[in-house]
Design a protein around this ligand. Structure first.
Ligand SMILES: NC(=O)c1ccc[n+]([C@@H]2O[C@H](COP(=O)([O-])OP(=O)(O)OC[C@H]3O[C@@H](n4cnc5c(N)ncnc54)[C@H](OP(=O)(O)O)[C@@H]3O)[C@@H](O)[C@H]2O)c1
Length: 332
């Protein structure tokens, strides 16, 4: 491994730009390449972030010898093929959430990474945010006793922007695979696995994607999680974690929190605050580089088997609504 890990970014949208900004604060990272569908966007991104190798097309990006790891920042409908492109070229891959459209796609990609012995990780940046690391420590120390209930919500008024994936079924639109993927991932992290039972209801809008929904997860020891998500109303995205001896409120935004409050009977509330560096995407990038330098093929904090379970949970929720994306329906 070189002194600086060479990053290549696939796609030049919102999250790609935020990630490029955050790579700049990591001394052992170098943004060496970008790949875009068009030459113009590629060179524009290159100029903005000082990227030396600006490629037209994703194939050129993954075959660039300066690239050690490819960050896939395209809409989820393309994650499977984009990850496979990177892996087939022998590169390590970090892929935005949701990892894929469904569990079947995730299984394929994970199998290829394992066969090729290449690093692969879902970019669930929330797991690596310092306050979330602290939260896991607090829960492991039993600060609020045994975990009993979780309430987590992700809701914002989504713009009806034709250029964006939110309302487009062929791009994997809908709030579940967008904001909902965080809520399901947080439940998985806290309860240590998938729910035993799921009850869910959604409203599918005129384009056919889920515009809002709620789900209740039941776990083996009677624990419950209540999840709600919406493209039709805005609430500060927060979570309440309730245990046998108290509760923890995670203050918004839940996907990159900096503050939590611990409440227990007969004790004053305790507020813990841990500020963020950058946009907060630097922590997952640092984890990828730690794994690459130590020869790990997976991050222990976001194991591929858990990513797969999360995709299975998302599949089960959609199955309750009867929502299939066009790429999941066999053509006649
Ligand atoms: N925005 C966020 O805050 C955020 C946060 C966490 C995760 N994510 C995830 O990151 C992924 C990308 O989200 P984003 O918000 O960055 O989306 P975006 O702004 O639309 O950017 C996606 C990029 O993917 C490329 N692309 C390839 N095929 C495309 C197609 N058919 N239609 C549109 N774009 C296509 C485009 O780059 P080129 O034209 O240059 O190839 C485009 O700029 C999603 O899976 C999302 O869930 C986003």
């Amino acid at each position: 491994m070189r002194d600086k890990v060479g990053w290549g970014i696939m796609g030049t949208g919102k999250i790609a730009k935020a990630f490029a900004t955050d790579l700049a604060i990591l001394p052992d990272a170098q943004l060496v390449a970008v790949g875009s569908r068009t030459a113009e966007t590629s060179s524009q991104f290159g100029r903005q972030f000082g990227v030396p190798n600006c490629h037209t097309g994703y194939e050129e990006l993954v075959t660039d010898p300066d690239v050690d790891v490819v960050y896939v920042a395209t809409p989820h409908a393309f994650h499977k093929e984009n990850m496979l492109l990177g892996l087939e070229a022998g590169k390590a891959v970090l892929c935005e959430k949701p990892f894929t459209i469904n569990a079947e796609e995730a299984e394929t990609v994970i199998r290829v990474a394992r066969e090729k012995k290449l690093f692969l990780m879902e970019a669930m940046w929330t797991r690596y945010i310092p306050l979330v690391v602290k939260l896991r420590e607090l829960l492991a120390d039993g600060v609020i006793g045994d975990l009993q209930m979780l309430e987590v919500g992700m809701a914002f008024v989504a713009p009806r922007d034709d250029a964006y994936y939110f309302f487009k079924p062929h791009l994997g639109g809908g709030i579940l695979l967008d904001g909902g993927a965080y809520a399901v991932s947080i439940a998985s992290m806290l309860f240590g696995g998938p729910p035993a039972r799921i009850a869910s209801m959604a409203h599918l809008g005129e384009t056919g994607v889920d515009e809002q929904s709620a789900a209740i997860f039941g776990y083996g020891q009677g624990q419950l999680a209540v999840l709600y998500m919406s493209f039709r109303t805005g609430i500060p995205p927060a979570a309440r974690i309730m245990g046998s001896k108290g509760r923890i409120a995670i203050h918004p935004p839940i996907f990159k929190p900096t503050q939590l409050t611990i409440s227990r009977n007969d004790v004053p509330d305790e507020v813990i605050e841990i500020p963020l560096e950058g946009n907060g995407l630097n922590y997952e990038a640092a984890e990828v580089m730690r794994c690459l330098r130590t020869g790990r093929l997976e991050s222990e904090t976001m194991l591929l088997d858990e990513t797969l379970e999360i995709m299975r949970t998302l599949d089960q929720i959609r199955a309750q609504w009867g929502l299939k994306y066009p790429m999941e329906v066999p053509s006649q």
